[in-house]
Design a protein around this ligand. Structure first.
Ligand SMILES: [Zn+2]
Ligand SMILES: [Zn+2]
Length: 411
């Protein structure tokens, strides 16, 4: 639908994408990006709300006819990494890069807002365009900004800050898309249910008593204690989590700060993450970690402590919605271009709290043009701007079908 009009946007979309890519901003610092988005939305005749969740932007398109409200989200922040590509539109901000494709999400959603605002006759109800800050987490220097503005400083996520500003009030359903270089250009992958896992970060510290390596009996060595703790922590996954529950647990850091080879160290530091799709499993792991670390440390005459940083909740697709969206995409892209799968996606994404408020779908949109294309979060992440038109086409197609089905009571 609106094929020619969307194709005519190609140059504009490329110029938006390149501009955003050249000027990446990290979480809760997206002021230039927000101004860029707001200016565009206003030029389509939309009323714009800024400062939603500190730096987010929201606009609502009202068809003028009664009906449901569909929310569509793009995230707008970048990563704190140094870009290593040679594209002419390379990041101009040192140490910052749009390495997760959020600049393309903004561009595609703006394109869809542009087209749909010209065609209010094509749907009933409303579409709320949500541009979310800080999907990648809250940078250290953002806490003071959030505190000053009166936001909750106990949560990590841009979506939760937006909820405090009532971004989901009156929304009947939501649609969230993320680009993915590991999926062929223009294809989509939709998880039936488990679209993105929850994510927690933990640190563990075991304190003993340092001493001479020749006289370990006069020291208290935290290193063998740490080894036992590692084994026991991995046993949680093997013996305590039901086999039916998808779950991952990884200790990625284990070191002995300022240790030397011929001495007993005084401290072991560990860091890691666990991911799953069930809040019960998530809390079980957190509680058992605490018990295992403190009790094994005590048995070894050490002290042990765990610090947990709760990142995102799991993103759970509504199964009726995911099967519908897979159907629209099959009709639109051809059946071979849609992977509708039971397989869970065990990366994390900051939109689960939106889907607790209203049913919805989070899905992947392929941007793979080479077999070994750098993944998301790589400093060499690359996206061919020609994909942008395809993303707009898909957004418009999905939005119109979703609203029609929502208004018909099918969804
Ligand atoms: Zn990311
Ligand atoms: Zn991302």
């Amino acid at each position: 639908m609106f094929e020619r009009e969307i194709n005519d946007l190609q140059n504009e979309l490329e110029s938006h994408y390149k501009d955003l890519h050249e000027h990446p901003e990290k979480g809760f610092h997206e002021t230039r990006t927000a101004a860029f988005i707001a200016k565009e939305l206003k030029s389509y005749g939309l009323k714009v709300k800024m400062g939603v969740g500190l730096t987010g932007v929201v606009a609502e398109l009202d068809s003028g006819k009664p009906g449901k409200t569909l929310m569509m989200r793009a995230d707008i922040d970048c990563l704190e990494i140094q870009e290593q590509t040679d594209v002419p539109w390379k990041s101009q901000n040192p140490g910052l890069m749009h390495g997760c494709g959020h600049d393309s999400h903004v561009t595609m959603l703006l394109g869809a807002a542009n087209i749909l605002s010209r065609h209010k006759e094509a749907f009933q109800g409303k579409i709320r365009f949500v541009f979310q800050p800080a999907e990648e987490g809250t940078p250290a220097d953002a806490w003071a900004l959030l505190k000053k503005a009166g936001y909750d400083t106990t949560v990590q996520s841009g979506s939760l800050q937006m909820l405090q500003d009532h971004v989901m009030d009156g929304v009947d359903g939501c649609l969230v898309m993320h680009v993915q270089p590991q999926i062929p250009f223009g294809n989509v992958r939709i998880s039936k249910r488990n679209a993105a896992s929850s994510s927690d970060w933990f640190t563990i510290d075991i304190h003993g008593k340092g001493g001479h390596g020749a006289m370990p009996h006069k020291a208290i060595d935290p290193l063998p204690v740490a080894a036992q703790i590692i084994n026991e922590l991995y046993m949680i996954m093997a013996r305590e989590i039901p086999a039916s529950q998808t779950s991952a647990f990884t200790i990625g850091v284990c070191n002995t700060p300022s240790a030397v080879w011929n001495a007993v160290c005084d401290r072991v530091h560990m860091e890691g993450t666990y991911r799953n799709f069930n809040e019960g499993v998530r809390e079980h792991i957190a509680a058992r970690m605490e018990e295992i670390v403190t009790s094994i440390a005590a048995a070894g005459r050490c002290t042990g402590s765990v610090q947990r940083v709760k990142y995102y909740k799991a993103v759970l697709n509504n199964e009726t919605w995911s099967s519908r969206v897979a159907g629209y995409c099959r009709d639109f892209l051809g059946p071979d271009h849609v992977d509708y799968t039971e397989e869970p996606s065990i990366t994390s994404e900051d939109c689960g709290c939106f889907m607790e408020k209203a049913p919805g779908v989070y899905f992947w949109f392929g941007i793979g043009t080479e077999p070994d294309q750098p993944p998301l979060h790589s400093p060499r992440f690359y996206l061919d701007p020609k994909i942008l038109v395809g993303g707009v086409r898909m957004h418009v197609n999905n939005a119109l079908h979703l609203l029609a089905d929502m208004n018909a009571g099918v969804l």
